[in-house]
Design a protein around this ligand. Sequence first.
Ligand SMILES: Nc1ncnc2c1ncn2[C@@H]1O[C@H](COP(=O)(O)OP(=O)(O)OP(=O)(O)O)[C@@H](O)[C@H]1O
Length: 457
Amino acid sequence: MSASSPMEVSMQNPQDGGIGDQNGGVTINSAPSPILPQDKVLVSVEVSLKPSSTARANDVQSAVERMLEKRSLSYSDGPVPVPLDDRFLTENVQSICICDTDEWVQNHEILLFWQVKPVVHVFQLSEEGACEDVSGDGQPSTFNEWILPAKEFDGMWESLIYESGLKQRLLRYAASALLFTEKGVNPFLVSWNRIVLLHGPPGTGKTSLCKALAQKLSIRFNSRYPQCQLIEVNAHSLFSKWFSESGKLVAKLFSKIQEMVDEENNLVFVLIDEVESLAAARKAALSGSEPSDSIRVVNALLTQLDKLKSAPNVIILTTSNITAAIDIAFVDRADIKAYVGPPTLQARYEILRSCLHELVRTGILSHLEDCESMLPNFASLKEKLNMPEVQDAQTPLHLCKQLFETAEACEGLSGRSLRKLPFLAHAALANPYGCDPSKFLSTMTDTARRERSELPD
Ligand SMILES: Nc1ncnc2c1ncn2[C@@H]1O[C@H](COP(=O)(O)OP(=O)(O)OP(=O)(O)O)[C@@H](O)[C@H]1O
């Protein structure tokens, strides 16, 4: 994902000629061709209010729209500075961020202000944190609950890096499902459901992606659903050794969810990790290897989930490490099934690059003042690698080549392992203070090779 901030551009208006529109308003050529309003690209602008702000969302939205109109911005993902001369905005707004332009701005195309219709979403993060279900009796909690959008999920969506289009596709699917519900589309005539299944190997970010998706949707749909909750069901704890108590726990969990769902202004996300554990529990129950009341518990859970999925304001998010078909009726019919695989070379490069940026920001890596140009994004990398000065180890461009080699050495590692790699490399350094980036990168490559050699066949 591009992290470059939007820049001010001085550009001719389409009516004056100079910039044309061939494919939805994003290509640039010399032939004058006026853009029609219906050709404009919708771009989301997310506006986070300060925790102390009591301003009305509508007032902030209008103020941001006015501000964007006044400025000739080029649009790419990233923060827009809050204008210091606007007292209302500086008092109330924490950050303004442009989102979802990446699919339009590939291949160095840029989106210019007149090609865009900004859609402004104003929100305030909840700082309440996770609320655990404390059932007492020493039993593990059966669920965690968050009010969305939550502070702990802020930035999670942006930190997850996949091949282009996966996140956008998920967001669009889920948004369409909510829109169909909102518009009252008759399910007998057009059928759809609100179940998402992400499957793939461990550590590829499935659970994080579910949480981040819920957070995004809570922001994008906050005018229709002013309240939003995420319930993370701990399926393992439901089927633990306290089976005799499990019936009560399932009943308690679903009566709580039902209460939330009955509020029609509430949007409720139910997250079930490792959904295959439900199928396994049912199988074990049926084979008689589990206590007899376990059959009732598993069936109760599946029936409740089945019932829940017909509620218009619920989205069920599930993950599984098993890529084969999962034998559970309610996910069988998931409309949104996405395979989340190990990161590609490009994703590995970008994940490691974001780690290095963080180490520079926190002062752990030094001598990398201009991080953005020394470690360019993957799109600009290829061009740079062909430049002769890259061969000279003294020039800063040598670093991006090294980072590229580290990313190559990480083939087969999960996103989770990649995010741990800089830490392991740092711990392996003899002199970790004031660490030199080139030395750090070669230690990271060695660490990656070692990690790979320890992977099971
Ligand atoms: N594609 C990715 N881009 C960036 N970070 C990633 C990616 N994949 C995984 N990660 C990192 O790995 C961490 C762990 O991911 P998460 O627990 O969501 O994976 P998972 O697929 O649900 O794993 P499991 O199946 O083992 O529960 C994430 O918080 C994130 O920091």
